[in-house]
Design a protein around this ligand. Structure first.
Ligand code: PCA
Length: 217
């Protein structure tokens, strides 16, 4: 039986909710595919997120892992291309930790590429009318750290994994009225549909498509 692990994150930076988890929950509730779907909500903590992720991988032995998190300010669903071995926190995590220029895994390689077919994923999302783009950086906060830990754990195995950042949601943006500049939003049910399409595309694609998905900066 094929096992898919889909994760989202706790709220952070004073927010009431995290659209990544809101969407993951909706995917779980609407799951109709033959594969087994497992979901988890990870803490926005450099240390504990890695520990919980490793425990999930040990327990579930998933064939495919897609971790998701919020990238406020982005307007697209963004499969990440690369995880880097660097933690540099601009804001403290939910445990108050603010590592600066620290490795995610001491002695680990500088970076890992996603093992998801990121181009095929973006093409499938476009075909479904969902705004999507490959992202060349997952940042240097907890999302990148989880992405790096995931790729480090899966390196050399047949299991595939990667990370997808999602925009702010209509729902979470509404929960924070009075904020200065409006941020782009997508409704949680659209993000959930996008994640479902992403999972399906990853399961059905062995070799990624050769399509342009780069950026000049
Ligand atoms: N976004 C943050 C951490 C948790 C989340 O949802 C990030 O991009 O690192």
């Amino acid at each position: 039986m094929t096992v898919v692990l889909l994760t989202g994150f706790d709220p952070f930076a004073g927010a009431d909710s995290n659209p990544s988890w809101d969407a993951v929950r909706l995917v779980r509730d609407g799951w109709l595919h033959p594969e087994t779907l497992e979901v988890a909500r990870l803490p926005v903590e450099f240390e504990r997120a890695g520990i919980e992720l490793d425990a999930l991988l040990d327990r579930l032995r998933p064939d495919l892992v897609i971790a998701t998190g919020l990238a406020e300010g982005r307007s697209d669903i963004t499969p990440e291309r690369v995880a880097i071995n660097l933690a540099d926190a601009r804001i403290p995590d939910n445990a108050g930790a603010s590592p600066i220029d620290a490795p995610v895994v001491p002695g680990g390689p500088a970076a890992y590429f996603s093992s998801l077919p990121v181009k095929a994923a973006v093409a499938a999302l476009h075909a479904a009318g969902v705004p999507a783009a490959v992202s060349q950086t997952a940042g240097t906060f907890v999302c990148n750290a989880v992405f790096y830990r995931l790729q480090h754990a899966l390196a050399g195995s047949a299991a595939r994994g990667g990370f997808v950042h999602v925009p702010a949601s209509l729902e979470s943006a509404r929960a924070a009225p009075g904020d200065s500049a409006p941020v782009p939003t997508i409704a949680s049910d659209v993000v959930a549909r996008a994640l479902d399409i992403l999972i399906r595309t990853c399961l059905d694609t062995d070799t990624d498509l050769v399509l342009s998905g780069g950026a000049e900066h």
